[in-house]
Ligand binder design. Structure first.
Ligand SMILES: Nc1ncnc2c1ncn2[C@@H]1O[C@H](COP(=O)(O)OP(=O)(O)OP(=O)(O)O)[C@@H](O)[C@H]1O
Ligand SMILES: [Mg+2]
Length: 262
């Protein structure tokens, strides 16, 4: 087992009732593609951020999170910095906002290599160019010099993916990675994630409010509602034979034709 989240409780002092996540437990195997779905406010992002301890303004996190045998909630900040970007890659919902607008994308993709490896400048450059090719961005030599505003949203998301995967992490957490993208680009990104999963055995925790996207990528899915897990199972089971009324409504809400969320 690569990741185990047990009885995760997240509390904020400024929130009515305090608690936002009420005892979430799940596990994930190495190389698995696991989805978390649920409507806005379900606690998906909080759960993902807790794994990498990137939560801000949190009063209290309780429970256990074990990643590759390491207790994440008691690990020191230095250990966490070693894990983030190296063993766990993270991609966020808004690719443009997640990149530094003042820095060309090449150095941004390279950053984790600088932090986590002893590779020489030339070796890093080779890895960056290869990473750019891997995510199907055009003209690597030219692309590395571009600034985020000179790229499309889909290209920025590819840059994020390249950077998140450049140290070959065991786990990639992707929080709504295609929400801001149009349907065609969405499909390309899903395909890219699947290929990376198959080629490099990187486990993917894919978070979305859109069950149809999760169905295309993942083998197993967790359904969250209001800070709890309401249902979990194989994608086929949950999709075709949902146990819970909430999951049924979530499936019913999927548009029959692809639709873009803004
Ligand atoms: N810093 C905070 N302070 C207080 N409450 C917060 C904070 N961050 C999140 N919450 C609350 O925790 C709940 C879960 O938030 P979370 O961001 O995990 O939802 P989500 O499932 O990712 O939703 P979305 O689909 O909109 O991204 C929400 O009700 C939110 O208002
Ligand atoms: Mg979220």
């Amino acid at each position: 087992m690569m990741l185990e989240v047990k009885d995760l409780v997240i509390r904020f002092h400024d929130r009515i009732g305090g608690e936002a996540v009420h005892g979430v437990s799940f596990t994930m195997d190495a190389g698995e593609r696991l989805g978390i779905v649920g409507e806005s406010g379900a606690g998906k992002t909080l759960t993902a951020l807790a794994i990498t301890r990137l939560l801000k303004d949190v009063t209290e996190i309780n429970g256990n999170i074990t990643f590759q045998g390491q207790d994440m909630l008691s690990a020191g900040e230095k250990e966490m910095r070693d894990i983030r970007g190296k063993d766990i890659g993270f991609i966020f919902q808004d690719p443009v906002a997640s990149l530094n607008p003042l820095m060309p994308v090449g150095p941004q993709i390279e950053e984790p290599l600088k932090l986590h490896t002893d590779l020489s400048k030339e070796e890093r450059r080779e890895r960056v160019l290869q990473a750019i090719r891997d995510v199907d961005l055009p003209d690597p030599e030219v692309t590395i010099q571009k600034y985020p505003h000179q790229l499309s949203g889909g290209q920025c998301q590819r840059v994020m993916i390249a950077s998140a995967l450049i140290c070959h992490p065991a786990l990639l957490i992707a929080d709504e990675p295609t929400t801001a993208l149009d349907v065609t680009v969405q499909t390309q990104i899903l395909r890219l994630l699947k290929r990376k999963n198959q080629d490099e055995n990187v486990g993917i925790l894919y978070i979305s409010h859109d069950l149809s996207l999760v169905r295309r990528l993942c083998s197993r899915v967790i359904v969250m509602y209001n800070g709890n897990i309401v249902e979990t199972g194989s994608v086929e089971q949950v999709f075709n034979h949902p146990w819970e009324e909430y999951t049924r409504r979530l499936i019913a809400a999927i548009p029959t034709r692809n639709k873009r969320y803004v």
